[in-house]
Design a protein around this ligand. Structure first.
Ligand code: NAD
Length: 428
């Protein structure tokens, strides 16, 4: 029998159905929250550099906006599917709800490969995407952001098109803008720092001093680098991290038992989160296989690269010493591995709580843009810490009170908040 293809929307719905059962939601609420509120599918015709017209397929899905304007990124990807966008928009709803920021969940996409497109062609796609949605996005309606293969430049083209159509300045219509052009200080650090704020709280709960702990990371990109810096500032020691080597087309783990040194590594680090392994060896790092990150005898594991990285094949390689797994990436743990982690009693900080620092800071960007008044970095990071800490405490208290797994507790809080908002508005 052919292997069934992974469909993220089926997974997102299965997760929701599980919580709906625990919360005993009525049928109307289940029907509403299993499906997106709104979906847009459209064509974006582009005059290509070679004189031909090519038509790209674009999407925007707003899963739910009962708690506030929709929020979520736009991906440019050749394999983009509407079901991926639907799943991601649903997960955005839960992520905003679990940290209790007044936003709903959305996601967008275009089926295209930016590597094969000139800057002018990409600009035309961005402007075309906004022209199709100019009435359906907005600072108080639905606010896009960068995601896979989109960046601050794409956001600025989109902002410019929106402002041209609406004849005014609306910096709050989109986030992920550069600092100085409506962006927020602290956004680069936000996701990684957010992960560590939750790790710090988990350690407090387990009565372990951060200075007495070690950690191993999968991935060495934006999330990991800032998470490692903050964790080490707090006194923890990171002994290993893995990365993807573009040249060799394989992953490696680099390791130093005395602790990896970010300042020492920064000259041999590229913008894709890969290091020069020959130089690293000269600095005294051991270079191991990419899978080695998960086997390290550490206290904390942080998967912060890709989805489905802790799975049935490798979950039993997690050392007995591991007390906390903080999911920096989205969906890094398969359903089977999750069951095993739960049974072993490892303290799990689920993805949509652990990595919510990114969207929380995007919310801060929205607030600053809408008021046209910008905060200092300390102010941004201070507010981020308060929100992440409060969210963590709410989830862990529920988990303790009901004796349930942290992931189930996080889902219960998020889904219940959204269901309550729908109820209060009289939708259900
Ligand atoms: P990034 O592109 O900056 O870094 C990704 C890192 O993962 C790189 O070091 C890369 O070498 C490594 N990597 C890729 N494949 C690997 C493999 N097979 N084995 C080991 N390492 C591998 O990405 P990022 O922004 O750090 O995001 C990491 C994860 O966190 C993604 O799942 C992303 O969706 C999620 N996330 C990111 C943010 C954010 O604000 N950046 C917010 C929420 C969630």
């Amino acid at each position: 029998m052919a292997k069934k293809e992974y469909n993220p929307f089926e997974t997102a719905r299965a997760q929701f159905d599980n919580v709906a059962e625990i919360l005993n939601l009525d049928n109307g609420t289940r029907e509403l929250l299993r499906n997106p509120m709104r979906e847009y599918h459209f064509n974006i015709p582009v005059h290509m550099d070679n004189g031909e017209v090519k038509v790209f397929r674009g999407f925007r899905v707003c899963h739910n906006d009962a708690r506030g304007p929709g929020k979520g990124g736009i991906r440019f990807h050749p394999q983009e599917t509407i079901d991926t966008v639907r799943a991601l928009s649903m997960w955005m709803t839960w992520k905003c709800a679990v940290v209790d920021i007044p936003l709903g969940g959305s996601k967008g996409g275009v089926i295209c490969d930016p590597h094969q497109l000139s800057a002018r062609e990409q600009e035309q796609i961005c402007r075309g995407w906004v022209r199709q949605l100019s009435k359906d996005i907005g600072p108080l309606r639905d606010v896009p952001a960068p995601d896979v293969m989109t960046n601050a430049q794409h956001m600025l083209w989109m902002l410019d098109e929106y402002e041209t159509i609406h004849g005014g300045k609306y910096p709050g219509v989109i986030t992920g803008k550069p600092v100085g052009l409506g962006g927020s200080l602290g956004r680069t650090e936000a996701t990684g720092y957010g992960v560590i704020y939750t790790v710090r709280e988990a350690l407090k709960e387990l009565n372990i001093r951060v200075e007495d702990t070690t950690a191993s990371f999968q991935g060495f990109g934006n999330v990991s680098q800032y998470a490692i810096r903050l964790y080490q500032q707090m006194g923890g020691k990171v002994i290993a991290a893995s990365y993807w080597d573009q040249k060799d087309q394989k992953s490696y783990t680099f390791k130093k038992d005395t602790g990896i040194d970010m300042d020492e590594l920064s000259p041999i680090l590229d913008k894709f989160g890969a290091i020069d392994k020959n130089e690293a060896e000269k600095m005294g790092y051991e270079i191991l296989d990419g899978s080695a990150w998960i086997e390290q005898p550490v206290d904390i594991l942080v998967p912060a690269a890709l989805e489905n990285q802790i799975n049935a094949e490798n979950v039993n390689k997690i050392a007995d010493s591991v007390k906390i797994i903080a999911e920096g990436a989205n969906g890094p743990t398969s359903i089977e591995a999750d069951e095993e982690i739960k049974n072993r009693g490892i303290f799990l900080i689920p993805d949509f709580l652990a990595n919510a620092g990114g969207v929380t800071c995007s919310y801060f960007e929205q607030v600053q843009s809408n008021t046209n008044y910008y905060w200092s970095k300390d102010e941004v990071l201070g507010k981020l810490d308060s929100i992440m800490t409060a969210a963590f405490i709410a989830v862990s208290e529920l988990s303790r009170k009901k004796k349930i797994y942290m992931r189930d507790a996080a889902y219960m809080i998020a889904v219940d908040r959204v269901a309550q908002a729908c109820k209060s508005r009289g939708w259900i």
